[in-house]
Unconditional design. Structure first.
Length: 748
């Protein structure tokens, strides 16, 4: 089985004689030319030739499909090549066991053959980013097992077939970027398992049928933007309680925004710009406090700008070109002029110069002599109310403090039984600096001992003055309450209380890892108190890298929900007494519904750059989506750092040259030149330091071979383009095989 990134040239025609071949795996290479005939390969089950240079972009490139006569074929994956021509009608004669077809990102044209409906076992049909014309055949409705249907960014026309309503198992539907006309078929409402649906960038018209808003499973995205849709938003929209992203911009929708939208409390992104909506932003939207992106620009909305928007953690708010009036709120996102757009509302005024709005003056008119009396009465009442409120607050904080000191049973948060603030103070000796073992963006970590169990723990105390710290606390609770894996840091308990001054206090208590973080071992200058560290051997580094990869595969594919870590780096990898690696710090993690096996999981990032510079993939910096491919990139960089000893932010990496390139150019002959010298010293303990640094011939051929394989994995995972990255599940397979070889070699 071939799986690398180095093969090029044509696929040998002699492979057609491998009559017992069951799987042809050659993805992510540079193969070119035509696919060989497969007439004799009657036991073939999988054809995986994606991400190559196969095909000529002309008719006849898919002739090999007509030669397939295996009745056992289950998967056909040839996406991201240069195949041209039309899909042969004979595609419907392929194996009745075929459950996956991926032909995206090619040069295919012509009609989609109606025989596609014969493949009734299909679960995945991905054919987007081609040049298909004509309509989707009605026979698509025969594929009742289909879970993923993608035909986006082609040139398809006609109506969306009503038979799509037969696909009741469908999880993802993407038909965006075509020329579909007519109305949205109401039958789509029968697809009650959909997680994401995108019909944007077409010529769809008419009203939005209320049935599509009853798909309560929609949770990742629902996109109807840039069509010719009209009418109002149906009140049934309130059924989308789990939806994270709603986009209806660029249509002709009118009327008031339905109050039922306020039930969609999971919304993070709301795009309704360039329509004809009118009325006010009603108070029901105040319940959508998870919103981070709002665009209501270029409508006919009026009334005041709601003050409740000040309390939202908004990253972007666009209310421009409407008819809003009155004073603009002056807190929260309204202090960020680059994130708040208000132009085109002539009747708005502001109380702060930063908003660049006219000053709000008192309304003119007769104020009779009674005005001063009203002012005096109002001021007096205000003072009395303030005193009463102050008394209530003092009483409240006193009760909270007494509650904290008494260490009573407190309700669980995120599934964990809490401890009190007093317990945490006692465990850490009053947050003594001698117990401080680490600091991060949102928190400090202390070594401590829980009195009840006499157990050494690590206490992560959140600095709630830092913006995002509270969200980080809740993210870790939400992630860690439902996951258990030997290579994940185990959380023991939590504290959500107030300190002795009545201030909010949050902390998490973890199992203590005796050997600290991987960062301290890779870069000994960071070891606390100047304590020397032992060198990490090749085997130790390999074991730690394997531990981390296993943990990430668990997060991506083996949890009830998909967890994307978003911040894999050495300081977040902790080592126990046996030097086993444990992934920790889930403060930036995101949780997603777990779809079918290979369904890509992603969602728009809630911040401009999620993760740490050097480890975050390049697409995050451009505002792209959070994804499992992003974690793959971070893992690749981490793996390269483990074996080179160089951080991705090293001074030598400038402009377009990075750690990935540094390792790629050394493969395969010069890996000893880039390997961490501490690692080489461990492997050549009997040689002098001078000899080792000056002459890499002392490194055994076995070590050279192992390093080359490790750097290949790291380079493949950290490829610039997400689609070209090695999956971490495949990295685990390679690392497991390498571990077995290393053990047989008897390396240290």
């Amino acid at each position: 089985m071939w799986r690398t990134i180095n093969f090029f040239g044509p696929i040998p025609a002699s492979i057609s004689n491998a009559t017992k071949l069951k799987g042809l795996y050659i993805p992510v290479n540079k193969f070119s030319g035509n696919m060989p005939t497969m007439e004799k390969l009657n036991q073939l089950q999988v054809i995986s030739a994606s991400f190559n240079w196969l095909g000529s972009g002309a008719q006849g490139d898919l002739k090999f499909l007509e030669s397939i006569n295996s009745t056992s074929l289950k998967a056909l994956a040839i996406q991201s090549n240069n195949f041209g021509g039309t899909l042969p009608e004979s595609i419907g004669n392929l194996s009745s066991q075929l459950n996956s077809i991926a032909i995206e990102v090619n040069q295919l044209f012509g009609n989609i053959p109606s025989s596609i409906g014969n493949l009734r076992s299909l679960e995945v049909l991905c054919m987007g980013y081609n040049k298909f014309t004509g309509s989707i055949p009605d026979t698509i409705g025969n594929l009742i097992e289909l879970k993923q249907f993608r035909a986006q960014m082609s040139k398809l026309t006609g109506n969306i077939p009503s038979t799509i309503g037969n696909l009741t198992e469908l999880l993802e539907l993407r038909l965006n970027g075509n020329n579909f006309q007519g109305s949205i078929p109401p039958g789509i409402g029968k697809c009650q398992n959909l997680l994401g649906m995108d019909l944007s960038q077409n010529d769809l018209s008419g009203i939005i049928p209320s049935q599509v808003f009853t798909i309560s499973s929609l949770s990742i995205y629902f996109d109807l933007s840039e069509n010719q849709l009209s009418g109002s938003l149906p009140k049934e929209i309130g059924a989308l309680k789990q939806l994270a992203r709603l986009d209806v911009h660029g249509n002709g929708l009118s009327g008031e925004i339905p109050s039922s939208l306020g039930i969609c409390t999971s919304l993070v992104e709301l795009y309704m710009q360039n329509n004809l909506f009118e009325g006010t932003i009603s108070s029901f939207l105040s319940s959508l406090n998870g919103l981070q992106y709002i665009d209501l620009s270029s409508n006919n909305l009026s009334g005041p700008v709601p003050t409740f928007l000040e309390k939202f953690q908004l990253q972007y708010l666009n209310l421009s070109f409407n008819n809003f009036e009155g004073e603009v709120p002056s807190k929260g996102v309204f202090l960020n002029t680059s994130a708040t757009l208000l132009e085109g509302n002539d009747k708005l005024c502001g109380s702060t110069p930063i908003q660049h709005l006219p000053s709000c003056s008192m309304s003119k008119g007769k104020r009779g002599s009674s005005t001063s009396r009203y002012v005096i009465i109002a001021v007096t009442c205000g003072i009395v109310a303030a005193l009463i409120l102050l008394l209530l607050l003092m009483t409240f904080y006193w009760l909270r403090r007494k509650k904290s000191e008494a260490s009573p049973e407190t309700p669980s948060i995120g599934g964990f039984q809490q401890v009190s603030y007093a317990d945490i103070v006692k465990a850490t000796d009053g947050f003594s600096s001698s117990n401080l073992i680490g600091m991060g963006s949102f928190s400090s970590v202390y070594k401590g001992t829980l009195a009840d169990e006499n157990k050494i723990v690590a206490v992560k105390v959140f600095d709630l003055k830092q913006r995002g710290a509270s969200k980080s606390f809740m993210a870790e609770c939400e992630v860690l309450k439902n996951i258990r894996h030997r290579n994940l840091v185990k959380i023991l308990t939590a504290c959500s209380s107030v300190d002795f001054q009545g201030n909010e206090f949050k902390a998490l208590v973890y199992e203590f890892k005796e050997n600290g973080s991987l960062e301290e071992w890779l870069h000994p200058d960071l070891a606390p108190n100047g304590m020397p560290r032992h060198r990490l051997s090749l085997v130790q580094r390999l074991n730690i890298a394997f531990d981390v990869a296993c943990a990430v595969v668990y997060l991506h594919h083996q949890c009830q929900t998909v967890v994307i870590h978003c911040d894999l780096k050495p300081s977040n990898i902790l080592l126990d007494a046996q030097m086993n690696g444990h992934v920790g710090d889930f403060g930036l993690a995101r949780i997603f519904p777990n779809a079918i096996g290979d369904l890509s999981v992603s969602q728009r990032s809630s911040i401009a750059l999620r993760g740490t510079i050097g480890y975050a993939p390049p697409e995050y910096g451009m505002g792209s989506e959070v994804s499992i491919d992003g974690d793959a990139y971070s893992y690749g960089v981490l793996l390269l750092e483990i074996f080179t000893g160089k951080r991705p932010t090293h001074d030598m990496f400038k402009d377009a040259f990075n750690l990935h390139d540094y390792c790629a150019v050394a493969l395969p002959e010069k890996v000893a030149d880039i390997a961490d010298q501490q690692l080489l010293l461990c492997e050549t303990e009997e040689s002098s330091v001078a000899d080792t640094l000056s002459n890499h011939r002392s490194i055994s051929a076995h070590v050279q071979e192992c390093l080359a394989m490790i750097f290949e994995i790291g380079v493949a995972c950290s490829a610039e383009l997400p689609r070209e990255r090695l999956k971490i599940s495949d990295a685990v397979t390679r690392l497991r095989s390498l571990k077995e070889r290393v053990n047989k070699m008897g390396l240290c």
